[in-house]
Design a protein around this ligand. Structure first.
Ligand SMILES: [Zn+2]
Ligand SMILES: [Zn+2]
Length: 152
């Protein structure tokens, strides 16, 4: 019902008290899509490839901000003096969606973290993520439909 293809991380940024800027969204997208931990200069190159105008110091500054808010994690590998960045998969959002007015409310805390851990143990899967949204009718829509005499 809701397309997640164009998910732009605005909710992740806002729920962490950050303004959602295009550079932050672009950088999060690149880190999230990357199959491996990625360094700042690789992120910079990837942005240039996509035709995004940015300078390297802005990339570093944005990474610091995202790291401060726990949206990404850092990784240092022996013999590589670069810092690598990874998307923090524990921090993603779920939505409560009203089928009436299409209002979307972000569910702050992921209820599936323990479930995933147990499932991984039981099935020996390396769990990579999940999608989970809840649909219903918000108080306003319920009131409106009750006023009209139908039951929701
Ligand atoms: Zn509603
Ligand atoms: Zn979750």
């Amino acid at each position: 019902m809701i397309s997640m293809n164009k998910y732009d991380f605005s909710d992740n940024l806002k729920s962490n008290g950050l303004k959602s800027t295009q550079h932050r969204i672009d950088i999060l997208n690149i880190i999230e899509k990357s199959s491996q931990p990625i360094a700042a200069d690789q992120i910079f190159q990837e942005m240039q490839k996509r035709g995004i105008t940015i300078n390297l110091s802005t990339v570093y500054r944005t990474l610091d901000t995202l790291y401060d808010k726990n949206l990404i994690t850092k990784l240092n590998i022996d013999g590589d003096n670069r810092t690598l960045f990874e998307f923090n998969r524990m921090l993603h959002t779920h939505h409560l969606v009203c089928l009436g007015c299409k209002k979307i409310t972000v569910i702050g805390r992921c209820p599936l973290i323990d479930y995933e851990k147990n499932l991984a143990k039981e099935t020996n899967y390396a769990i990579a993520g999940h999608k989970f949204d809840i649909y219903g009718y918000c108080p306003t829509c319920r009131q409106n439909s009750q006023a009209k005499g139908s039951k929701v």
